[in-house]
Design a protein around this ligand. Structure first.
Ligand code: 13P
Length: 255
């Protein structure tokens, strides 16, 4: 049985002080982490405050990005080992805002970062997803197959067993236009199918695939009715403790 995950990607929001305030409030919600894993991805500079605020709780902390080299002359970059040493145990890799919008990360870089994360003992959440034009042109599944082949497929079986995948259609991110549970579920099925071809049925059955893109307390229930959806990666609606607590509470296992 795949354990569900409620994950919060805070992007470039919150200072360390605001991070502490978030957790002071969020930790008051009683069953915040009973029935699923809760992982928060704050900005790198907020990680020490987040780790400190969540000591002796099951809440896990992750980084939003790492660089693939172990160390060296890479001004401004952060290595997987540094991230781990700061107390993070997870990391996002290949978020669409890093692939398309600004940083133009390639599938090959995504693979190198995922490998570096695993080597450092971090769990990478590898993000895939099609852009609006690709969605409109009916090319979503081709894009997912290409991103899988260029990135995730390059992992070994042992590495694949350590990752989580996030399907985040770019047209649904920050637009309020969530993919319907059906669209998300079909994309997840396709990704799981690619995983089965490359890594075998059992590995594909075990990998967790999250959905991200305008997830809110108002639409989480419908998404969580889909057996293919193993949790969510939430941007905007995760910044407020009340709102994210509602999402966590709805991220129950299917009965
Ligand atoms: P929103 O929930 O704000 O659409 O962001 C989704 C996302 O990019 C999570 O990684």
């Amino acid at each position: 049985m795949r354990r569900r995950i409620a994950a919060a990607n805070w992007k470039m929001y919150k200072t360390p002080q605001e991070t502490v305030r978030f957790f002071d409030k969020f930790k008051q919600f009683p069953d915040a982490t009973d029935h699923c894993e809760v992982v928060i991805f704050p900005a790198a500079l907020d990680i020490p405050a987040a780790v400190q605020s969540t000591l002796e709780t099951p809440i896990q902390i992750g980084g939003q990005n790492i660089f693939w080299a172990q160390e060296g002359a890479y001004t401004g970059e952060i290595s997987a080992d540094m991230m781990r040493a700061a107390g993070a145990t997870w990391v996002l890799v290949g978020h669409s805002e890093r692939r398309h919008q600004v940083c133009h990360e390639t599938d090959a870089e995504v693979l190198k970062k995922a490998q570096a994360a695993i080597a450092a003992g971090l769990t990478p959440v590898i993000c895939v997803g099609e852009r609006y034009e690709e969605h409109k042109a009916g090319k979503a599944h081709d894009v997912l197959i290409r991103q899988f082949a260029g990135g995730i497929a390059g992992l070994t079986e042992e590495q694949f067993a350590k990752i989580v995948i996030a399907y985040e259609p770019v047209w649904a991110i920050g637009t309020g236009q969530t993919a319907t549970p059906q669209i998300a579920s079909e994309a997840h099925k396709l990704i799981r199918g690619e995983a089965a071809k490359r890594f075998g049925e059992e590995a594909a059955e075990n990998v967790r695939i999250l959905y991200g893109g305008s997830v809110k307390p108002e639409n989480i229930e419908g998404l969580m009715r889909e057996p293919q959806i193993d949790g969510t990666l939430v941007g905007g609606a995760s910044l407020d403790p009340d709102s994210f607590a509602k999402i966590v509470q709805a991220s129950r296992p299917l009965s």
